[in-house]
Design a protein around this ligand. Structure first.
Ligand code: NAI
Ligand code: 13P
Length: 335
């Protein structure tokens, strides 16, 4: 029988463990904090991240990474992106030799500008064929109510993607396979940056025309970066591209959008960070996305102003003015 371990008892890690277990894949959750692990194991609930959600009996939890990985066919990683490298270095000596490593994370590493699957290959010393990525419009607040949703399971090896698809596919959760790992990962990471921009605009009291403009031109930025990195352009019209962009930029459940909205309303960065309990990946990844764009000579003006507002003291009004005063150009410029 296929078995999985999920590293990270946050909102997505716990929810994906629930999905795997419901799809017939017994799953062990690894968490750092003994009280969270004990609650999941004894009471089948993660009160901090998913209060009131009853987890299936086939979800177990432990703080011991070695015990967690015993016999696992899928090693699923759901910790904040910037912590992956350090954590995985400790876990990788114990990963079963046949296991597939799966990233649920939507971030780009600071300093190296690497995608999460690249960090996994490098740190765990595994070939790309043993890595898969799950990304799509998957807001946890809806999934825990078993509302219908779909996702993309990507691996350069389509058999690996098909195995993972089988391990997580449910009547209410449709998993589609894809072999474009680069495109699927970029879609997930960069939409968080665009959601920050959309949130800032909403916080400033701006309306749907602005939201549509930022989302559409944001998708143009994602596509330009994707083209430079060799992604399949069709991926960005799919669930991991436009799909996730729509969900994240329009939902009040999105942490990235909410983070931007608080900034747009006039909260300081310190106040906004204090008001954010969970991981808003775009806050750090906006800088690594911009680095990646610069390395590949790709223009990403929305990402640039997001970095300005989040990290360099630019005001939301200055950001809006900068974007609106750019040189007029054809819509397909640079694509
Ligand atoms: N929540 C959502 O709706 C979705 C989240 N994601 C992605 O999943 C990834 C994980 O996000 P969430 O579970 O939502 O975040 P979260 O903030 O809910 O949970 C993060 C988990 O990581 C743990 N953690 C924090 N720092 C750590 C460290 N240094 N070492 C080990 N563990 C640490 C926390 O204790 C917590 O259990 C992110 O990349 C996010 O973009 C993807 C799809 C949906
Ligand atoms: O990735 C997500 C939905 O697909 C979750 O978005 P946030 O991290 O902004 O909450």
């Amino acid at each position: 029988m296929t078995k999985a371990v999920v590293f990270g008892t946050g909102s997505w890690g716990t929810t994906f463990a629930m999905i795997l277990a419901e799809a017939g894949t017994p799953t062990t959750l690894w968490g750092r904090r003994a009280e969270v692990v004990e609650s999941i194991d004894r009471r089948r609930e993660n009160p901090e991240y998913l209060p009131g959600v009853r987890l299936p009996a086939t979800v177990r939890a432990t703080t011991d990474p070695v015990e967690a990985m015993e016999g696992a066919d899928f090693v699923v990683l759901a910790v904040p992106s910037q912590t992956l490298r350090g954590n995985l270095a400790q876990w990788s000596p114990h990963i079963p030799s046949h296991a597939v490593l799966v990233s649920l994370m939507k971030g780009i590493e600071l300093r190296t500008s690497r995608r999460m699957s690249e960090v996994i290959c490098e740190v765990a010393g595994v070939p790309a064929e043993r890595v898969a990525v799950v990304s799509g419009p998957n807001l946890v607040g809806e999934l825990i109510r078993h509302e219908p949703a779909a996702t993309v399971v990507a691996s350069v090896d389509d058999e690996v993607a098909a195995r993972l698809q089988e391990a997580c596919h449910l009547p209410w959760f449709r998993a589609y396979t894809n072999t474009d790992v680069v495109g699927v990962e970029l879609g997930g990471a960069v939409k968080n940056v665009i959601a920050l921009a959309v949130g800032v605009a909403a916080g400033m009291g701006l309306g749907d025309n602005v939201r549509a403009m930022l989302m559409t031109r944001g998708l143009a930025e994602i596509s330009r970066l994707g083209a430079a990195l060799g992604a399949d352009p069709h991926t960005f019209a799919g669930l991991a591209g436009m799909g996730d962009l729509v969900a994240t930029c329009t939902s009040p459940l999105s942490r990235n959008r909410t983070f931007g909205e608080n900034l747009g309303r006039g909260m300081t960065m310190a106040e906004t960070i204090a008001a954010t309990r969970q991981t808003a990946e775009g806050v750090k990844s906006c800088e690594s996305v911009l680095d990646l764009a610069r390395k590949h000579d790709v223009e990403m003006p929305i990402t640039e102003v997001v970095v300005g507002v989040v990290h360099d003291g630019m005001t939301p009004s200055e950001a809006a003015m900068l974007l609106m005063s750019r040189t007029p150009k054809p819509e397909r410029y640079g694509v």
